[in-house]
Design a protein around this ligand. Structure first.
Ligand code: ADP
Ligand code: MN
Ligand code: MN
Ligand code: MN
Length: 339
């Protein structure tokens, strides 16, 4: 009789950026859905989620993903709950998402990151810098992407697809050693869960290559692009009704909440949102049609279709927590009446 390996993964209590944690539960029957995965506990005093004298925290499974890297393996994405199993732990931002089903929100997140070896991006010389940016974005060839990066990103893509994650694409990015994947989902929690599972799969895959993933939004100052996690979003109203009047009210709501958005969009964003390198300054809010220097980029298709479709908030960064990012965007949208 085969045994089944469930890797329960969750976010710890570290600030400002949580770490992924995971431990394996072996069970006798293959889970058909997340409902087949039992609640589990862990020692919260080792993850900055509890005091040693009262250390139990609970893991509530919220997503089940086939794990192609492991025989009879699954990944179980979990929320952290208090010992009563019903109160979300303060570190559980997934529980803050107001997912109004009537809104029918769709999200597409573009996760950028650097691959590192010995604390330097893959393909960079040990001292000094590689050739200036220009040919790396979507580039090909050893001079542009180095020797192992593509092998890693290809394997990562396959692992994610096997897990049922809705990747929409991958590409080499503007800085050498920088990459991106895009995940789309009809539903904020699913999209954010998928980003965390994809991050987990990448980190675990890179272990055997002695490669680290650098999620920080601006690893190198100077003329090197930082890493973002652009958030593309739409609601049923935006897709089907739209109109310039509603769009202007929506932008007013985003402008009014600028501080709340920046607080949810990942640490150290002032280093990245400078007004250079396809960004708007951190203290300014702007929108623009096809404008990659705006806070919010309005796709041509949106403006041409009577302000219907999706928008791209370019401010969230690569280290941001997708639960907090989606949660904030949904709150700001909810503040605007649709009639
Ligand atoms: P770019 O790099 O030019 O910003 P990408 O192709 O990397 O564009 O990302 C665009 C993202 O927009 C994709 O992740 C896609 O899933 C997302 N997207 C497309 N249509 C919608 C929509 N209606 N609602 C939400 N997101 C969408
Ligand atoms: Mn992109
Ligand atoms: Mn990009
Ligand atoms: Mn983008």
């Amino acid at each position: 009789m085969p045994k089944y390996k469930l890797e329960y993964i969750w976010l710890d209590g570290y600030q400002p950026v949580p770490n992924l944690r995971g431990k394996t539960k072996v069970i006798n029957e293959a889970p058909q859905s997340v409902e087949d995965c039992p609640l589990w506990g862990f020692d919260g005093s080792s993850t900055q989620q509890a005091e040693g004298s009262n250390s139990d925290c609970m893991l509530k499974p919220v997503g089940l993903y086939p794990d192609a890297a492991r025989e009879n393996g699954y990944i179980v994405m979990c929320e952290v709950m208090m010992p009563d199993c019903t109160t979300p732990h303060p570190s559980n931002y997934r529980a803050t998402i107001l997912d109004d089903p009537e809104m029918e929100a769709w999200f597409g997140l573009e996760q950028e990151y650097f691959l590192y070896h010995n604390k330097r991006p893959l393909g960079w010389p040990n001292d000094g810098f590689p050739d200036p940016q220009g040919e790396y974005y979507t580039g090909v060839g050893y001079a542009n992407v180095g020797s192992v990066a593509r092998e890693i990103v290809e394997q990562h893509l396959d692992l994610c697809l096997d897990a049922g994650i809705n990747h929409e694409g991958i590409n080499a990015e503007v800085a050498k050693g920088q990459w991106e994947f895009q995940i789309f989902s009809k539903g904020s929690k699913k999209c954010a869960d998928d980003i965390w599972v994809a991050r987990y799969l990448l980190l675990r895959l890179c272990e055997s290559y002695k490669v680290d993933v650098e999620w920080h939004c601006k690893p190198f100052l100077g003329d090197w692009n930082g890493s973002g996690m652009h958030c593309n979003f739409s609601t049923k109203h935006m897709r089907e009704v739209g109109g310039k009047d509603y769009f202007m009210k929506l932008m007013d709501s985003f402008e009014k909440n600028i501080d709340e958005h920046i607080a949810a969009y990942g640490p150290d964003n002032h280093l990245r949102l400078t007004g250079l390198h396809e960004t708007q300054s951190i203290d300014k809010f702007s929108w623009g049609i096809a404008d990659r220097g705006a806070s919010i980029r309005v796709p041509h298709s949106f403006a041409n279709d009577d302000y219907k479709g999706y928008l791209e908030d370019r401010r969230p960064n690569s280290q941001g927590d997708p639960y907090q990012i989606c949660s904030r965007i949904l709150k700001t949208i909810a503040e605007v009446p649709t009639s």
